[in-house]
Design a protein around this ligand. Structure first.
Ligand code: FEO
Length: 391
């Protein structure tokens, strides 16, 4: 695919990865992804903003056939899906200088062995003249690495935002369509950005003073209307969670499933939205998206030997590191001759800092008393959501 014009002097370079199925060897990519680089041509200087994942280096190199001379390569983020091709670009353009911040320089040298004399360090807010155009560098720490920064093209009011506002969405066109992009954007937020909600809000505030007519992220399509993605980020990161319970569960012989079915019906009867995920088949990206705005998580597990089922350990750990807005957690399930379910899962979900509601564990097949305990749990969840102003 050739470079494509975003405006007359800004081109979208980089590759659409239609076939990638996992990001970070972790999150499924049902819509693929992209690695965007942008070429900005000023009257005196030419700049490449970011590079691409080395798996698509050939695509970037073919696009650069049309570029005789490169003055600067702006490295907004040192992670390899944007930086991994930088050494090859520098080899092709010996005159090019990597423009980045001090922290990114340190990381780029550690990750890619880029020589120290190829860097120019810029401060937060510093500008770089391209002749008739000006780039302003805006540090955006922890969205999602400490060194991440954005780049603002002052004359055209374009923000190159790197991972911030990105989406895992492969498409042939340049620009985002709201109805199509938001699913991939929320999946992206859930995995990459959610642990840094406080920093997201600070960085949104930092950008609030800028006139932004277009956002060019380093993954996914370009936003001609930045409003809805910025509003979505503020909502995902800052609004109270919804009156919703997420139930990731697994059942070996049907006992835990009976309890999950009962809890689902009991919550639904009380007006609580339920999203449940059978961990034998579920896409963990979908679970992460569901966690973005759920007030409560209830994990359903049988005992395997003396502990919870290993697949629930994975999801409890993931919830702990993604740190969603969850306010309440609980555990339900069944066991045969012994269990340490609450001990093990409780430790993994502790980083959520959520209130733990009394777990319900049945010995063997759940009896009437166990189902009554499930109803009590549902009633408690309703009361907690109500106290928190969520229902
Ligand atoms: Fe798209 Fe943090 O790399």
């Amino acid at each position: 695919m050739n470079a494509r014009f975003v405006t007359s002097d800004v081109s979208l370079m980089g590759a659409v990865d239609w076939d990638r199925t996992l990001f970070d060897a972790l999150i499924p990519l049902p819509e693929g992804t992209t690695y965007n680089a942008y070429l900005v041509r000023g009257s005196e200087k030419t700049v490449l903003v970011d590079a691409v994942d080395p798996v698509k280096l050939d695509v970037l190199m073919a696009q650069l056939d049309a570029v005789d001379h490169l003055d600067y390569l702006v490295a907004q983020h040192a992670e390899q899906d944007h930086s991994g091709s930088i050494p090859a670009v520098l080899a092709r353009y010996p005159e090019a200088v990597v423009v980045t911040n001090a922290k990114a320089k340190e990381l780029l040298q550690e990750l890619l062995d880029i020589p120290a004399d190829r860097f120019r360090i810029v401060a937060d807010g510093e500008t770089l003249s391209l002749g008739d155009k000006t780039l302003r560098f805006i540090y955006l720490p922890w969205v999602h690495w400490p060194e991440t920064m954005g780049t603002y093209l002052e004359e055209e009011h374009i923000l190159f935002s790197c991972d911030f506002f990105g989406s895992h969405r492969a498409q042939s066109g340049i620009f985002a369509e709201k109805d199509l992009v938001m699913l991939g954007a929320k999946r992206y937020y859930a995995e990459i950005m959610m642990p840094f909600r406080g920093f997201i809000l600070k960085n949104l505030d930092k950008l609030a003073g800028l006139q932004i007519d277009m956002i060019c992220p380093s993954h996914g399509p370009v936003y001609k209307d930045p409003t809805y993605i910025m509003d979505a980020y503020r909502d995902w990161a800052g609004s109270p969670p919804h009156n919703k319970v997420v139930i990731p569960f697994i059942s070996m012989h049907g006992s835990t499933l009976k309890m999950v079915d009962h809890l689902t019906a009991s919550l639904a009867d009380r007006g609580v939205e339920v999203e449940r995920f059978d961990l034998t088949t579920s896409d963990i990206g979908s679970i992460a998206m569901s966690l973005v705005d759920a007030a409560t998580i209830v994990i359903g597990t049988p005992a395997v030997l003396t502990g919870p089922h290993p697949k629930t350990i994975e999801i409890a750990y993931l919830a702990g590191v993604l740190r969603p807005k969850t306010q309440f957690v609980s555990i339900i399930g069944s066991y045969g001759w012994g269990q340490r379910i609450v001990d093990v899962l409780g430790g993994l979900i502790a980083p959520l800092k959520a209130e733990v509601l009394t777990p319900v564990l049945a010995k063997g097949d759940p009896r009437a008393a166990d189902m009554e305990a499930i109803d009590v749990l549902a009633e408690t969840i309703v009361a907690k959501h109500r106290e928190a102003g969520l229902q």
